[in-house]
Write a protein that binds this ligand. Structure first.
Ligand SMILES: [Zn+2]
Length: 75
């Protein structure tokens, strides 16, 4: 199952979410729907599902996505 990383536009946190189909998560912190998916940034790339679990907390190696706006976000 794909786990994607999302960035909340409202409160600014990053969180991981297990996605089923085209479901889009709400922010777990402020419940906002203004979240954007972070794709292939910060080296967060899953290569074919090797079973490796990414359990590092958000922000450990990512500096760019903490910006005020997310470039990968189409909203
Ligand atoms: Zn939020």
């Amino acid at each position: 199952m794909p786990i994607y990383e999302y960035h909340c536009d409202k409160c600014g946190i990053d969180f991981e979410y297990l996605v089923f189909g085209k479901e889009k998560p709400n922010c777990p912190s402020c419940n906002s729907k203004k979240v954007c998916k972070l794709m292939s940034v910060c080296g967060f790339v899953s290569k074919g599902g090797s079973g490796e679990t990414v359990s590092s907390s958000a922000g450990s190696s990512c500096g760019g996505c903490a910006a005020t706006s997310c470039a990968t976000c189409g909203q």
